[in-house]
Design a protein around this ligand. Structure first.
Ligand code: GH3
Ligand code: MG
Ligand code: MG
Ligand code: MG
Ligand code: MG
Length: 292
């Protein structure tokens, strides 16, 4: 792990660097606070920081304050002030400036090493937290079965497209899906829904939207009014000509689609109602078709 060492005194710096190397850290060296701030910027910078207090230009406490002001709240560096100032007021000032820890010189090697390990644990905890947060955010927007956008997310995205440019909304409903469940069981039905989502997903282009509206109903959104009928018909043919892989072999399904163009600035609920009417017509006219 990289450790940034900001220390103006050559002897202290050399000692610190050699002991850090011995412990397996990768020291990055700054000779004052300003250099430290520059080295701590950007991706790949050290997250563990050792700051001397008294340094020319920008001192350690000031560097610490500035670090805290500009830090990404999801990726704060772990800062240890390492200083000869041992009076209580300085310790309080250093910690209030945002230091995570405060070590006085002359420091004991074993203690410093243990305190750096505390820093590593804190950084690992932050990383785990970030991972969990990212997973939760993903879960909140994606359907658990198929992995595509869930109802809320796809409606949000359609709303956004509708505001900006207008959108073609295609409401897709698998035909006689109840029979798939009745014939093969619900687990195979679930496999079909997953395979369906990935089959459609393969054929999407950048900027297209695709999400699960609910059950065996899906929403597609295309940002431009042209060329969509042949694309939707291509999806239908693709679906009806090749079975979808499931745990008990291939299952062939078809879908019916109601598609409508929504002009920029229109209302999504009205657009969806029109798509639903078109879908109803597609079902009534024999299924496995698109109605615009
Ligand atoms: P239609 O052609 O008129 O759309 O007929 P359908 O059978 O597809 O329509 P219906 O709305 O009567 O039935 C939908 C079926 O989809 C019933 C329900 O059990 C099934 N279904 C909905 N969600 C899931 C799911 O997550 N997994 C499985 N396996 N089945 C689901
Ligand atoms: Mg100094
Ligand atoms: Mg349905
Ligand atoms: Mg159906
Ligand atoms: Mg139905």
């Amino acid at each position: 792990m990289k450790v940034l060492v900001a220390e103006d005194d050559l002897t202290s710096r050399t000692l610190l660097v050699s002991v850090l190397r011995k412990w397996g850290f990768e020291p990055v060296v700054a000779e004052d606070g300003e250099e430290a701030l520059a080295l701590l910027e950007g991706a790949g910078a050290a997250r563990l920081v050792l700051l001397d207090w008294s340094m020319p230009r920008v001192d350690g406490v000031e560097a610490c304050r500035r670090l805290r002001e500009r830090e990404d709240p999801d990726d704060p560096p772990y800062v240890v002030l390492l200083t000869g100032r041992s009076e209580k007021e300085s310790i309080v000032e250093g910690l209030e400036a945002g230091a995570n820890d405060y070590v006085t010189k002359p420091y004991d090697n074993e203690e410093l090493r243990a305190r750096l390990r505390v820093g590593e644990r804190m950084l690992a905890l932050q990383e785990a937290l970030n991972g969990a947060k990212a997973a939760l955010i993903h879960q909140a927007r994606h359907d658990g079965l198929t992995g595509i956008l869930n109802r809320r997310a796809v409606l949000e995205e359609l709303e956004r497209l509708l505001l900006r440019t207008g959108v073609v909304v295609a409401l897709c409903d698998l035909d006689r899906f109840k029979e798939v469940n009745d014939r093969h069981g619900h687990l195979v039905g679930d496999d079909v829904l997953r395979a369906f989502a990935s089959r459609i997903g393969e054929r999407l282009e950048k900027g297209d939207l695709f999400g699960r509206y609910g059950g065996e109903e899906f929403l597609l959104g295309f940002p431009s009014p042209g060329e969509n009928r042949p694309r939707l018909e291509g999806l239908l043919r693709d679906l009806s000509s090749r079975g979808l892989p499931t745990r008990s072999g291939e299952v062939r399904v078809t879908m019916s689609v109601g598609a409508v163009w929504g002009r920029g600035g229109g209302r999504l609920d009205l657009l969806l109602a029109r798509a639903d009417e078109a879908l109803y017509r597609a079902k009534r006219e024999g299924r496995d078709r698109v109605v615009f």
